[in-house]
Ligand binder design. Sequence first.
Ligand code: CTP
Length: 405
Amino acid sequence: TAGSLAEEMGYGVYLVGGSIRDLLMRKPSPDIDIVVEGDGIAFAQELSKIINGKVIPHRRFGTAKILIEIEKNGEVKRFSIDIATARTEYYESPAALPKVETSSIKKDLYRRDFTINALAVKLNTKDFGLLLDFFGGQRDIKDKKIRVLHNLSFVEDPTRAIRAIRFSEKLGFKISKHTENLIKLAVKMSIFEKLKGPRLYEELILLLKETLPHYSVKRLADYGLLKILHPSFDEKLFNELVKAHETVQGMELLFLKEKYRKEFIYLVVLLWNLKSHEREEFLKRICAPENVKKQLIENITSAEKALQNFPSEESFLEVYKLLSSLNIETIILMMIYAEEQQKRAISIYLTKLKEIKPLLRGEDLKKLGIQPGPVYKKIFDEILKEKLQGRLLSKEEEIEFVKKF
Ligand code: CTP
């Protein structure tokens, strides 16, 4: 479809970026990125008519997203295609957002981060499937190398240093010596001091989403990049992230029903030892979305408070009361920083106590002739107390208990 439309509109159209890399490595790729030599937005609009999608144009960047919904066996699957106008980006200053100029595919690929991401496959019917590899991307995939395309790559976009580490960890590739030297040089030249803004947040989150984020953070430290994120971040964080990783893995074994975002757990571990104004400043600097910022700070504060107030003796009721009002991310955080006895109590809460609640409802109490009022809460609290002790297993037992109440 895209190929014949490209011919009709007289544009060169290419599949680019990570999806070609993944394809050559025989890995599934979640993204479809298309570059158009021509008007990318116009192409997206025409293509979406054919494939029944919804276009969200981004005029300033000459890009568009097509959202597609496909219904299969009663299930709706959503995916998106990113379409860009081939461009030569130029940057007004290091770390600034790019300005855009229309250009050809080769120039477009030249402004990308690493050779392995600078491959393209032509989609036009005429040359369908033609692989364009101007910078040795296939060789670097074969040699498992992360290599920049030119010496100013990190000056143009310092977040690429974080990407280099992420790809290296994710794909098991080595950062080439020259690229490594360019990162070190950029650190020396203070290029990274300007590292801030939403790109930094996005890259940091992607790094922390990887399977073993503690290794990635250690590597940030090795390159001197951790101190740039925050002057008080140091290697000690590695041990805390290992603890966090073990906790997250432990949680996976518990098959918790509630979903949580593990990258936020790791991000909070980075923030844990900062003073509260420093946490705010850091999240502001990396442009964490307002709701994320609020949630993370709230989680830290609640976890700290709950750890301070943790019941000293093992009373299931007290543990239940403390933890039942907290969200799962806060409880996992507590687990990372808790003492052994507290950890045991939290595990018991998550595996057993959490699901316990009275089987009787208000209407059952009404049927027993009890008038609605504050007494209901008292009764439910007493039932809960009994159940947490392992008593009152059935509804009948609860009824008997209420009758005696
Ligand atoms: N890119 C870049 N510099 C950046 C970010 C992105 O040059 N700071 C380019 C890369 O060529 C990349 C493409 O934009 O291939 C798309 O970016 P992204 O979706 O972040 O990367 P993917 O390669 O698709 O990575 P992933 O598989 O992790 O999604």
